[in-house]
Design a protein around this ligand. Structure first.
Ligand code: GTP
Ligand code: MG
Length: 361
């Protein structure tokens, strides 16, 4: 264990022991900042990547299966996609990333089976670092547990240590370092932040002169996640596998409030359709149908886009040349109030929209 790893452990222990209250909150903020800075240093000093872990992204979105060994991740991949990942009744059957493709609602969703993670995965235990880097590059994390539903917080903590934040969104923070003048905070009146805390955290990251712009109220964690730089915010859901076996445990309330989950059985197939549906909705994809020149709409093969996509994204996806010759688009669809609308490239699309692009000939 390097000196950094030792310090990281010490701070984690101290954080666990310290009760959160008004008197300790400042101290806790500083500890968290120290921890994040040490983790960042440890991160950059490591050389990463093993073999078998460079699966190129394919399809409309990518889902990573993350969980402890032997909970049935490979079995689930096989049920969801028809892939043939090896299944074994012992831990660490899967040693590399195995991709499969799940077709759902016209979308092709890449699902990646990964080796089981163990505690300290983020520090490199097992194939932890490779697993985490695959997870980081996915669009959705599917946490898999067995019927005993244990250890979800541990998995979440391992991912968090590696800068992967689940089911929470990025706050609007930006910061420009300056040469002098101290820390200046620029924010609307209704945005709140604890200035003392903020200065201490910034100091921990060796920032003493800067303009900080805030559009949202932020907590110590929000600021630390921003300063860590390697933070990604991803949606995550839980599959509780082996539901065919007797079980007595339920998810902790704090977990079930934060994550949507389904009970499934890769063995019997029960719940698999619900899981597919949960994956699809959690990816926040929309389906857009194109009307051809002939007037025919291809209802079989929608374009799959992420929520927040515009007409420009559609044009790009079909043919880049569409953008330079674009005149306008006509939108209709079941989620529209008017039967047809003429719109420009920046127009925001909804699920089930039908799009006709009119270009200069
Ligand atoms: N009863 C029951 N057993 C299951 C189910 N899914 C998987 N198993 C069994 O659980 C064991 C582990 O399954 P795997 O799919 O290899 O688990 P894994 O999570 O990929 O394991 P690692 O690759 O080692 O991390 C095997 O013996 C499976 O047959 C299920 O839904 N019900
Ligand atoms: Mg496996």
């Amino acid at each position: 264990m390097g000196t950094n790893d030792k310090k990281i452990k010490e701070i984690e222990e101290e954080l666990k022991k310290t009760q959160y209250n008004k008197a300790t909150e400042h101290h806790i903020g500083i500890l968290k900042a120290k921890l994040a800075r040490l983790q960042l240093e440890a991160e950059t000093s490591r050389t990463g990547g093993g073999t078998g872990f460079s699966i190129p992204k394919s399809g409309d979105a990518t889902v990573a299966l993350v969980g402890f060994p032997n909970v049935g991740k490979s079995s689930l991949l096989n049920s969801l996609t028809g892939a043939n990942s090896e299944v074994g009744s012992f831990a660490f059957t899967t040693l590399k990333a195995i991709p499969g493709t799940m077709e759902y609602n016209g979308a092709l969703i890449q699902v990646i089976d990964l080796p089981g993670i163990i505690e300290n995965a983020s520090a490199g235990a097992g194939r932890g670092r490779e697993v985490i880097s695959m997870a980081r590059n996915s669009d959705l994390i599917l946490i898999v547990t067995d019927q005993n539903v244990s250890g979800i917080e541990k998995i979440e903590a391992e991912l968090y240590r590696a800068g992967i934040v689940l089911n929470r969104s990025r706050k609007n923070i930006s910061l420009k370092k300056t040469i002098s003048g101290g820390i200046k905070v620029h924010k609307p009146a209704d945005v709140s932040v604890d200035h003392g805390m903020m200065f201490s955290i910034l100091k921990e990251f060796k920032i003493v002169n800067a303009d900080v712009y805030l559009r949202d109220s932020i907590s110590d964690s929000d600021l630390i996640e921003y300063l860590r730089q390697n933070t990604v915010y991803l949606p995550a859901v839980i599959a509780i596998n082996k539901s065919d076996l007797p079980h007595s445990n339920e998810l902790d309330r704090s977990v079930s409030e934060k994550f949507r989950f389904v009970r499934v059985s890769a063995s019997t197939g029960s719940g698999i359709e619900d899981l597919k549906s949960l994956i699809f909705t959690s990816l926040n994809l929309i389906r857009v149908y194109m009307r051809e020149k002939s007037g025919v709409v291809d209802m079989e093969r929608p374009l799959i886009l992420s929520q927040g996509s515009t007409v420009r994204d559609v044009a790009r996806k079909i043919n880049r040349a569409f953008i330079s010759s674009f005149r306008y688009a006509i939108i209709s669809g079941p989620n529209r109030r008017f039967s047809e609308m003429r719109v420009g490239l920046d127009y925001l699309l909804k699920d089930f929209d039908i799009v006709t692009i009119i270009s200069r000939s």
